[in-house]
Ligand binder design. Structure first.
Ligand code: ADP
Ligand code: ZN
Ligand code: ZN
Length: 757
């Protein structure tokens, strides 16, 4: 037997794996992730390495293969656990071991130490309050906001203030010049708050919160490790619950990881964690340089941190004794990696927790179908939190049927209802957000008169218009010529739905000449910091209306926003993706949740051509259960995840003809494997008996993955559907071998994506 060994992982080079012979004495003892001592280089100096895989064959000259010296007698190292996790990821998501290792291991970066800045309040409490009052009087919103924050916490991280509190540098400079604050610098490795500034204010938990906390404590104390799903409306107090769970774990000397999508990691949230856990908290975000990220990881490894907060990649924090992983907003698609290995943070977190004896807590106001499905089957422990902790009311939601508007002669993008409510808010000086639901690049065809959408007869997803004038299904490749008359009602008002944020901005200008409008989309946020500037201006109430795409729906708290309009709510229903209903429901629920964050109650208007679609109906009613029931029936009927499992095999290459051929052979091979798996060897006759039961898996495609060609590289996708995930993993392994031994595939790139999003 031979072991794949990676050596010297402290260093930046992770691109070579060496094979070593396993001495007989170690056979059966060695597992991926274990540390070993091996001879290395010409002088055979002894160095440490980690086993990343075990195989029966050797790819090198046998006479030159060296033997493993020994397994050091020490407790499992932190790296070893991560290497073992990488091995699991490689097996379950595809790709190479090196790709997996690069994903999980902190990679050392040489870089000059960065200087970090912080703001310190120079005024005493009373003078500070007077100054705050002064700014408010003068209507200097940004200054007032910064002043209020400084009164809450006398020392603030510079980055946090500019990026999350949406305060621009000139404002900070102005306050510095006025002697209100000082900008201090210090070397990194510190977070802003000292332990003694930690907040000790105790809140009285609601009965719903108490229930979750006590069950978790009981389980944890009894040594039970589980996965918990908290389904709780926004504002029900989930974050308070997470913090209490984290405290339980930290008190036992263990550490916790909190995953929050970057966009949802607001100033308020960051500060709450700092106040609770002081400088034992580290925050990870994409703006950190590779070197800074490495430093954070090393702090964690050295035991200087108890809680790591960050987006997906924070999952791989090398904690010595991990006790808990929290995943907030677990339904967010950003938890799925777009790069090989295309792992999902939820599944990977559960696996890591299993390997390290930790618990997992998932939280969401709109849980993913996957999470709820598992919870209902008893794999996760489910908690419901239905009430807002501070008694704010949920927004009032109106649905407007745009077909009716057209009938009544209103051809505008704004419905009568939305226009009326906008007028009202502009008069009162309250703010409005207009959200254009625009997702997916492929245009679908819909009828503006009756709302009919042209769908694939085989797949129940919408057809997409291509430049060659044909409409295609991205799942099965079905195609038909583009139509010009609605097959339902005969109307000629049928075509690709086109409306951009820019058009909406113009229409708002035309309709309300006095309104100040800001726009946030791909075009206006291309420049560095543009994102922050727009949000900052809106937070300072320099505009009445913010028009934008998905970007504006998440995370941001604007207390003065009391009206949210969703234009083209059904847009995301027809993206040619089986998850479109789920995405639509989540987006609409989130959008409605943006209204009425402050003292005043909010309203939301959902404009749609398809008001009776279950995703829209249930979102307007804010009824998750009803949505789930409908959606799971659809998934079960069509055999889509989570009811069944789906593996996408992406094949790409520069030669289109070769690619077609390759896909053909690949599909034939997959079908052969499936027949082999479904059939049963009859031991007596030696013949393969044909089973009458359903085949174990189905193959769809090769089809277009949406974009057929990128930079002259052609792309195809083959889908394999099966009930068992393990079967798809076995399939991936077979396909990997098949393409490895067939040189015909050398010019092609093959990638796997399990349960693609
Ligand atoms: P979620 O994470 O579910 O959106 P949060 O934990 O952020 O909810 O709570 C929403 C707001 O209510 C926060 O300002 C929080 O401090 C406050 N809050 C939460 N629980 C309580 C409680 N039991 N009593 C008073 N305020 C609470
Ligand atoms: Zn029609
Ligand atoms: Zn189809």
């Amino acid at each position: 037997m031979f072991a794949d060994v990676i050596v010297d992982i402290q260093h930046e080079k992770l691109d070579k794996i060496f094979q070593y012979r396993i001495p007989e004495s170690m056979e059966g003892k060695l597992e991926p992730g274990m540390e070993v001592l091996v001879p290395f280089g010409k002088g055979n100096r002894q160095i440490r390495g980690y086993v990343t895989g075990i195989s029966g064959t050797c790819d090198y000259d046998l006479s030159k293969v060296k033997e493993i010296i020994e397994i050091p007698e020490r407790a499992m190292e932190i790296e070893a656990k991560l290497v073992a996790l990488a091995a699991w990821m490689k097996e379950n998501y595809g790709g190479t071991m090196i790709q997996a290792l690069k994903t999980v291991l902190p990679i050392k970066q040489k870089e000059n130490a960065k200087v970090k800045k912080r703001l310190r309040l120079l005024l005493d409490e009373e003078t500070g309050r007077r100054q705050l009052h002064y700014y408010q009087e003068k209507n200097q919103k940004a200054r007032a906001r910064l002043m209020a924050a400084l009164l809450d916490d006398h020392v603030l991280e510079y980055e946090l203030v500019t990026k999350k509190l949406n305060i621009t540098t000139p404002v900070i400079r102005a306050l510095e010049e006025q002697g209100v604050l000082a900008v201090e610098t210090e070397r990194i490795f510190r977070t802003p708050l000292k332990q003694n500034q930690q907040q000790t204010r105790r809140i009285t938990y609601t009965p719903e919160q108490r229930n979750v906390i006590s069950r978790f404590r009981q389980d944890y104390g009894a040594g039970v490790r589980s996965t918990y799903l908290i389904h709780g409306v926004t504002g029900s107090g989930k974050t308070e619950v997470y913090m209490e769970m984290i405290r339980t774990v930290v008190e036992l000397g263990k550490q916790a990881i909190v995953l929050i999508p970057e966009i949802a990691l607001t100033y308020q949230t960051v500060m709450r964690f700092y106040r609770r856990f002081g400088d034992r908290v580290a925050i990870m975000n994409s703006r950190l340089s590779a070197g800074e990220r490495y430093d954070q990881m090393m702090r964690a490894k050295a035991g200087q941190v108890d809680v790591m907060i960050g987006p997906r990649s924070a999952l791989f924090t090398p904690f010595p004794d991990l006790g808990l992983i929290v995943i907030d907003e677990e339904h967010e698609p950003t938890y799925k990696s777009e790069q090989t290995p295309r792992y999902h943070a939820r599944e990977t977190a559960i696996q890591r927790a299993k390997m390290e004896n930790a618990s997992v807590v998932l939280g969401s106001a709109t849980p993913s179908m996957e999470a709820m499905y598992r919870a209902r089957r008893g794999e996760y422990i489910l908690f419901e939190m239905k009430n807002r902790s501070r008694m704010q009311r949920m927004a009032e939601v109106y649905t407007v049927d745009m077909r009716e508007e057209l009938k009544n002669g209103n051809r505008s993008i704004l419905s009568t209802k939305l226009r009326e409510l906008m007028e009202d808010r502009l008069e009162k000086g309250e703010q409005i957000m207009l959200f254009l639901n625009r997702r997916g690049y492929s245009g679908f065809i819909s009828c503006r008169e009756c709302g009919h959408v042209v769908k694939c007869p085989h797949c129940d997803v919408s057809l997409s218009v291509h430049r060659d004038g044909k409409m295609r299904c991205h799942y099965c490749g079905y195609e038909q010529p583009k139509i010009t008359v609605c097959p339902e009602c005969g109307s000629r008002y049928i075509g690709e739905f086109r409306a951009g944020t820019q058009q909406i901005e113009e229409i708002v200008h035309e309709t309300f000449s006095q309104a100040r409008v800001l726009r946030m989309d791909m075009d206006t946020t291309r420049q560095k910091d543009a994102h922050e500037k727009i949000l900052s201006a809106f937070a300072n109430e320099e505009a009445d209306v913010l028009v934008g795409t998905q970007m504006i729906v998440k995370g941001h708290d604007f207390p003065n926003v009391t009206l949210v309009g969703v234009l083209a709510a059904d847009m995301s229903l027809y993206t040619g993706d089986y998850r479109s209903g789920e995405r639509t429901f989540q987006l609409l629920t989130q959008a409605a949740g943006r209204a009425g964050r402050g003292e005043r109650p909010g309203e939301a208007v959902i404009q749609t051509y398809d008001p009776s679609h279950y995703a829209i109906e249930t979102a307007a009613a804010q009824d998750y259960e009803a949505f789930y029931e409908e959606e799971i029936r659809y998934r079960e009927l069509m055999g889509y995840p989570p009811a069944e499992q789906l593996l996408a095999v992406f094949v790409s290459g520069e030669d289109e003809g070769l690619l077609e051929k390759g896909c053909h052979y690949l599909k034939e091979y997959i079908l052969r494997v499936i027949r082999g798996l479904s059939g049963r060897e009859d031991a007596r006759t030696g013949k393969t008996g044909v089973r009458t039961v359903q085949p174990a898996a189905a193959v769809i495609g090769p089809a277009s993955p949406g974009i057929d060609k990128i930079k002259d590289v052609y792309r195809r996708v083959i889908y394999i559907k099966a009930e068992q995930y393990e079967l798809l993993v076995a399939m991936k392994n077979r396909v990997e071998k098949y393409i490895e031994i067939n040189s015909g595939f050398d010019s092609m790139r093959i990638q796997f994506d399990f349960n693609p999003m």
